[in-house]
Design a protein around this ligand. Structure first.
Ligand code: UD2
Ligand code: MN
Length: 555
């Protein structure tokens, strides 16, 4: 699995911290019934206002989102990077900057140069300033776990929380040190943070990995809502209340801010395109996908509308603490990094909750090309193992698609560890099927259960064999029967397919435009007869047209 990057267009934000001109919008009521197809309901939930029960709102009262930001009048307006402006490395410092890059896989030299409490531009869409939130929002514990984070970046993350979160909502900020090796993250960090009564540092005694480190923070959290953040972020003005409001309105909900970009090169704060959903592609790679312009226009979507997402990025979100524990938190068998966002996303949706991006909440994050810390075991293998665990527990029959796109993992299923607890949890919570998820939450994902199907035809002879499915596990299936080599002569026959440990795979490089069966099924013995029994195996050859086969349709 590659690292998380944001590849869509970025926009440099204007230099003043100017709040955008006020523009009053009243949200129109929109249905929030679980969606069908890619209708409005599938991608967007109602804005804040319509969900306030009239009477309740009157009794409890609401207020506009507090634009609290102690950095609005920065100590030193001339400081480099102030207001989120880009910073350039001076000519005589190029070498130094270059050599320090690997400390965090971003421009650490510049991070050290800019104030830890710099101001950034308020990038919220017009309309956010008018939004109302309840007066009785729940409190939150912010959990920020880190391993060997860069000092100035960690401090900037903490300061951005303290500067831009309403104190009455911030129960505490727990820094979970995942057994860092750097000296400055020990007594020096404790001493620095001791000036902030709400900040607690929890030093783990061994490396837990981010998944179990977050859980260590969650165990001791005292706030009603947990808010997870990475340790290289800058929370923007008014970021917290809209998240807590969404959780306040419905507890079975995960609320995510829009993740904006802090440039790894010049440390500038950049906003991103609106109307992006969190999605995944096979084999479970997270990405963002733009909502098509027609959908935006047809449904008159506004930039402030909540966006429902099939999956979340993973790092930044609010979830009610009790709900998180009811869901069984994360699968604690997931190691170090990766895949936990998929696990929680599937679990939330399939077990009755929902995941959304809240456009009026914005947090910058430094996206890096590589993890700057070491993995206890091989990085790729760790992430792959995590993803396969998630596939085994949540994808039902569709896990064949996962393995079909990551075929080498099929051999490693024995390494996945015990999954019985996770499967029991899914039973106990009476979660829906993955098929339900596909139909209702992510209908635009292509998820055909077989790769190809129909009459299997030899290209050389155009002779049709029986109807077969070519599965993601590379079986040639005819109902419950699979094509297998039989007998010493290498003739073919049909046999019950058997389970996952089947070794009956056929390699077929199938491109709908130029389908070719590259290996496996060979020269015909008797072109007139049907496939099984009469097409002996022969050595593979790229040019032998008798070895080229085509299916009726490719999916
Ligand atoms: C993304 C998520 C990240 C996590 C990851 C998949 C965002 C912005 N980031 O990757 O939160 O969901 O996908 O797992 O959505 N850390 C530890 N111990 C470890 C490894 C990491 O404490 O063993 C910390 C790390 O210092 C950082 C956080 O966990 O604060 C996330 O790690 P990352 O920033 O390397 O992940 P990222 O942003 O590439
Ligand atoms: Mn990160």
């Amino acid at each position: 699995g590659g690292n998380l990057t944001r590849s869509q267009e970025l926009h440099q934000v204007p230099g003043n911290n100017g709040t955008s001109a006020t523009h009053t919008t009243t949200s129109t009521a929109a249905q929030r019934t679980p969606g069908h197809g890619t209708s409005r309901a599938a991608v967007v939930a109602a804005g804040t206002a319509p969900e306030l029960g009239g009477q309740e709102a009157a009794a409890i009262g609401t207020h506009r989102v507090l634009a609290m930001d102690v950095t609005l009048a920065p100590r030193d307006p001339q400081a480099p990077g102030q207001f989120g402006h880009p910073v350039a490395v001076p000519d005589d410092k190029q070498e130094e900057a270059k050599s320090r890059w690997k400390e965090g896989n971003f421009n650490v030299f510049l991070s050290d140069l800019i104030p830890v409490d710099r101001a950034i531009a308020d990038t919220r869409p017009a309309g956010c300033l008018e939004q109302q939130v309840h007066n009785d929002l729940p409190t939150t514990t912010i959990i920020m776990c880190f391993v060997d984070e860069v000092w100035s970046t960690l401090l900037r993350s903490v300061h951005s929380v303290l500067s831009r979160s309403p104190p009455h909502l911030l129960q505490e900020l727990i820094l979970v040190d995942d057994f860092s090796t750097k000296d400055y993250l020990k007594e020096k960090l404790d001493a620095y943070m001791s000036q902030f009564p709400k900040v607690k540092v929890l030093h783990l005694r061994e490396r837990h990995g981010l998944i179990r480190a977050r859980l260590a923070g969650a165990q001791v959290a005292r706030g009603t809502v947990l808010t997870f953040l990475d340790s290289h972020v800058e929370c923007n003005v008014g970021w917290l209340e809209p998240l807590l409001e969404r959780v306040r309105l419905r507890r079975a909900r995960v609320a995510c801010p829009v993740i904006e970009v802090i440039s790894d090169k010049d440390m500038s704060y950049m906003t991103v395109d609106n109307f992006q959903r969190g999605i995944f592609t096979w084999p479970m790679n997270f990405g963002w996908k733009q909502i098509p312009q027609e959908v935006i226009e047809k449904n008159k979507l506004k930039e402030t509308d909540i966006i429902r997402c099939p999956v979340m990025a993973g790092g930044l979100f609010s979830i009610e603490k009790k709900y998180f524990f009811e869901l069984g938190t994360y699968d604690s068998g997931l190691d170090v990094w990766g895949g936990e966002n998929m696990e929680l996303s599937f679990k939330v949706w399939m077990c009755g909750g929902e995941i959304e991006i809240v456009p009026c909440s914005r947090v910058g994050h430094i996206f890096r090309n590589d993890n700057p810390y070491s993995f206890p075991k091989d990085r790729v293998r760790t992430v792959e193992r995590n993803l396969a665990r998630v596939a085994e527990v949540w994808l039902d029959d569709y896990k064949e698609l996962f393995y079909g796109h990551a075929y080498h993992l099929l051999q490693r299923r024995a390494e996945l560890g015990d999954l019985s607890q996770q499967k029991e949890l899914r039973e106990r919570l009476q979660c829906r099927s993955f098929r339900w998820y596909l139909e209702n939450v992510y209908p635009d994902l292509a998820a055909p259960l077989v790769k190809a199907s129909g009459l299997l035809v030899n290209v050389a002879t155009l002779h049709g064999a029986q109807h077969f499915n070519y599965t993601w596990l590379r079986l040639l299936r005819h109902g419950e029967l699979c094509v297998v080599p039989m007998g010493a002569a290498g003739a073919l026959g049909l046999r019950p397919c058997g389970g996952w440990e089947s070794d009956l795979a056929w390699r077929h490089s199938s491109m709908a435009a130029r389908p070719e069966l590259v290996s496996g099924i060979p020269t015909p013995h008797s072109p007139q007869s049907s496939l099984p029994g009469h097409w002996p195996l022969g050595a593979c050859s790229a040019t032998n047209r008798y070895q080229q086969w085509r299916f009726g349709s490719y999916h």
